[in-house]
Design a protein around this ligand. Structure first.
Ligand SMILES: Cc1cc2nc3c(=O)[nH]c(=O)nc-3n(C[C@H](O)[C@H](O)[C@H](O)COP(=O)(O)OP(=O)(O)OC[C@H]3O[C@@H](n4cnc5c(N)ncnc54)[C@H](O)[C@@H]3O)c2cc1C
Length: 437
């Protein structure tokens, strides 16, 4: 992962880099700088926190190693999904009690909060609140859909069960057996969302420095001190929002936090625009779709009617070429209406995975917070957590917030696990072929 050239190359070749408005010319941090809250990392977590703090009247400075949206936020599939990967409400509550109740409510409302933020600030995010569908890829997985549906329905989420015919009508695909849907979900152009949030932060008086990797951070004499190659920031509060990219530019920034997650490479691809008749047959109401496979099947339209999809590889060697054939064939199997598939872009990014698929949210010291472990469901979650971090940094009591705090626990043998992680895909594929009872 510590190969900035490949990380940068993949960012630049992404579909979102090709179709979004260019980044603003952000300055580099030079010399000493003082503020109320310093935020390290300008993905959805950092930018949403900054936006919420500015709304609360706080001074904010964001320090970014590259440019806003450079990490997972600017390269993801843009599916706005109001659930976590595995942790459903009952598990959140049994694991975190009161904070779990609040987290379940936050996740329930997270997609709505993102789309509300877009509307409130007039963000240019190609946002479509068209709903999110999770189809079941085997008959047995319908039980999983039912469990999830019941738990979210009990908490008041706008969910509904779908039978086989419903899913075929909504997606145009005969491969799924049913599933469930949440009407508050949808999709965005994630890089445009990040860049537009950054522009809004600036408009509201926030300060953003780019190409300024934080090298060290420490709490001393009542202040946080963050050092970059050419400057420093002193602040009362700090948020570390560098997520799966924490050790990409500064291995010594917070190694224990970086070792809590295994960064797993996820590949994304955009097809050529689909014609009108194909769009009328394939996901005609333009929901975001991601199914129950461990080796996930996922897709959504962008504003140019390109299907943005992707997949995973055990061995990344020549991934950009190998995936074109493999995922093209998969798409044609899922949607027999497609006689052929051509891709205009293939790129990748790192997802922060934890062993139990639960996020890790931490207090890093006096008025200092951070988190990792989105497990591939962080578009809505990181944006919503931004609101909670802002409240914490503004002094709101932690027992009112949806922040289930835990101690930092680095994974033993992290280096080995990280190298072996792609092989886990073989196990996912084996399980995908096995029916659950
Ligand atoms: C390929 C891919 C597809 C995904 N698809 C989806 C999806 O469809 N739906 C969904 O819900 N989730 C998805 N996710 C997850 C989602 O993108 C993330 O959870 C979310 O973007 C995390 O945002 P963040 O701000 O916490 O982290 P990031 O966006 O990763 O931001 C971290 C930032 O910190 C910066 N940084 C790192 N080190 C330093 C330093 N030393 N100093 C300063 N800055 C630093 C990085 O450059 C980066 O900009 C996907 C992730 C990937 C990688």
């Amino acid at each position: 992962m510590n190969d900035p050239a490949s990380i940068i190359g993949n960012f630049e070749r992404s579909h979102w880099s090709q179709v979004s408005e260019p980044a603003l010319p952000w300055p580099v941090l030079e010399g000493p700088h003082e503020t109320e809250v310093v935020i390290i990392g300008s993905g959805f977590t950092g930018l949403s926190t900054a936006l919420h703090l500015l709304e609360a009247g706080k001074q904010v400075t964001v320090i970014e190693a590259q440019q806003p949206g450079f990490g997972a936020s600017g390269r993801n599939n843009g599916q706005v999904i109001p659930t976590l990967t595995r942790l459903d409400p009952d598990m959140m509550i049994s694991q975190y009690q009161g904070a779990g109740e609040r987290l379940a409510d936050l996740v329930r409302d997270s997609a709505g909060m993102l789309f509300d933020l877009v509307r409130k600030h007039g963000l240019q995010a190609e946002a479509e609140q068209s709903g999110w569908i999770q189809p079941a890829h085997t008959p047995g997985r319908i039980k999983l859909s039912e469990q999830r549906f019941k738990q979210w329905e009990k908490r008041g989420a706008p969910v509904r069960m779908l039978d086989r015919a419903d899913v075929e009508r909504l997606t145009g695909s005969p491969i799924w057996h049913g599933g469930f849907m949440n009407d508050s979900g949808g999709h965005i152009n994630p890089l445009a969302f990040a860049r537009s949030m950054a522009a809004r932060v600036k408009q509201l008086g926030g300060v953003i420095f780019a190409r300024s990797p934080a090298q060290t951070m420490q709490y001393q004499n009542g202040f946080w001190h963050v050092q970059t190659p050419k400057g420093s920031v002193k602040a009362h509060g700090l948020l570390l929002a560098s997520h799966s990219y924490t050790d990409a530019f500064a291995p010594d920034l917070m190694p224990d936090l970086a070792r809590e997650v295994v960064p797993v490479l996820s590949w994304q691809m955009a097809t050529e625009p689909l014609g009108e008749s194909q769009r009328a047959a394939i996901i005609p109401a333009r929901q975001a779709v991601s199914d129950t496979h461990g080796d996930l099947y996922f897709m959504r339209y962008d504003a140019r009617h390109q299907l943005v999809t992707g997949g995973a590889l055990v061995i990344p060697y020549r991934g950009h070429e190998r995936l074109r054939g493999r995922i093209g064939d998969r798409l044609m199997r899922i949607f027999p209406q497609l006689p052929s598939v051509r891709f205009t872009a293939v790129w990748n990014g790192y997802i922060g995975m934890t062993s139990d698929y639960a996020p890790r949210i931490h207090r890093l010291g006096p008025n200092g917070y951070g988190w990792v472990g989105c497990n591939g469901r962080g578009v809505a979650l990181s944006t919503a957590l931004g609101g909670e971090f802002a409240k914490a940094l503004a002094g709101e009591p932690l027992d009112r917030l949806a922040l289930p705090l835990s101690e930092i626990k680095p994974l033993p043998f992290h280096g080995v696990i990280r190298r072996l992680a792609p092989v886990m895909l073989l196990d996912y594929r084996r399980r995908d072929l096995t029916e659950i009872s």
